[in-house]
Design a protein around this ligand. Structure first.
Ligand code: NAX
Ligand code: ADP
Length: 284
């Protein structure tokens, strides 16, 4: 591990990683995101991730999940496609319990991982890290990272990770060989190549149910719209992850400001994402 400081990832940094659609684009050329999230227990996580992906700007979202979850997603975002097909990136695992995977879901996850397309592994799919070779970013919070590392025989605890998130994020990137986005009031993003970015939360109102599901959707959309760049350089995913955290933090700030600095919900955060994207494009 290096001794150089972590780079604060600013709006100027993030602006370089937002892709503006052009005259030659259509929904497929812009990028299609595949989403396998949600469960009967947590249908809302799927709704939030898909909502956030569309708000970030993506050509199309293909959603796979149980019938009731599909219905919930379509009720909120009827533009979502539930037919299988080609995608440029995946978001897997938000709102899933890894101990309750059905045979069907196992198959859907394996299909996604075998496609070779970049993958965002969240919540109930974190344990799948290392089972495939595609560019991958994992998005744990401290409890999830401690559990994941312990399952790979790295001795640690939730308290240890909480006490030094930067060091543990970096350790995880090296042990697991993937980009790591460790969530918290300060979110650390790093990869095995030595990229190390940190983003300070804009408001602590972000610590509310479902905001992590929104973050996964934002990141998935950014990955899908940078499919070509990701094919030749996996570290693009690290920069996109830091950008997603910046967008999420800025959207949380706008959402709270819209209610006089008051509390926000995860959906409020997703709804402010287009403003943040617009502002970033205006400075690029
Ligand atoms: N609307 C939704 O569908 C949501 C779904 N979510 C999903 O829920 C699943 C579990 O994620 P978590 O981040 O909660 O997992 P955690 O690892 O934070 O928590 C696991 C369990 O620990 C217990 N726990 C931990 N801290 C606690 C505390 N202070 N008080 C009471 N109980 C506590 C809870 O019983 C919880 O189920 C994930 O799949 C996640 O994506 C969450 O994102 C919340 C919103
Ligand atoms: N104290 C805090 N202040 C600001 N942001 C926070 C704080 N705690 C967590 N967050 C952010 O809130 C989000 C919570 O995500 P996560 O833990 O996955 O929750 P959920 O599973 O409910 O979606 C992350 O983006 C994280 O960085």
């Amino acid at each position: 591990m290096t001794g150089t400081p972590w780079q604060e990832w600013t709006a100027a940094d993030a602006a370089a990683w937002i892709r503006r659609p052009g005259a030659d684009d259509d929904k497929y050329r812009r990028g299609v995101l595949g989403v396998v999230t949600g469960s009967t227990e947590y249908p809302g996580a799927a709704v939030l991730g898909v909502e956030a992906a569309y708000r970030t700007g993506v050509g199309m979202v293909r959603f796979t999940g149980p019938r009731a979850v599909r219905a919930a997603v379509l009720l909120r975002r009827p533009e979502t496609v539930v037919q299988a097909g080609r995608v440029q990136a995946w978001v897997l695992g938000s709102g899933m319990d890894p101990g309750r995977r059905t045979f069907l879901l196992q198959g859907d996850l394996q299909h996604a991982l075998a496609s070779g397309q970049p993958v965002v592994l969240d919540a109930g799919a974190l344990d799948l890290v290392g089972t495939h070779s595609a560019p991958t970013v994992i998005t744990p919070h401290v409890r999830e990272l401690a559990t994941l590392l312990a399952s790979r025989e790295v001795r640690t605890s939730v308290d240890e990770v909480r006490a030094d998130p930067a060091a543990w994020a970096e350790r995880a990137a090296h042990e697991l060989g993937v980009a790591v986005l460790l969530k918290g009031a300060r979110t650390h993003v790093c990869d095995p190549s030595g990229n190390r970015f940190v983003i300070e939360a804009s408001t602590h109102w972000l610590a509310t149910a479902g905001t992590g599901d929104v973050l996964a959707g934002i990141l998935g959309a950014l990955a899908a719209t940078h499919g070509e760049a990701l094919q030749t350089d996996a570290t693009v995913l690290t920069h996109l992850a830091a950008t997603a955290v910046h967008v999420h933090a800025a959207a949380g700030k706008l959402a709270s400001e819209a209610v006089g600095g008051g509390p926000i919900t995860a959906l409020d955060v997703a709804e402010q994402v287009p403003r943040v994207i617009g502002a970033l494009l205006a400075r690029a």
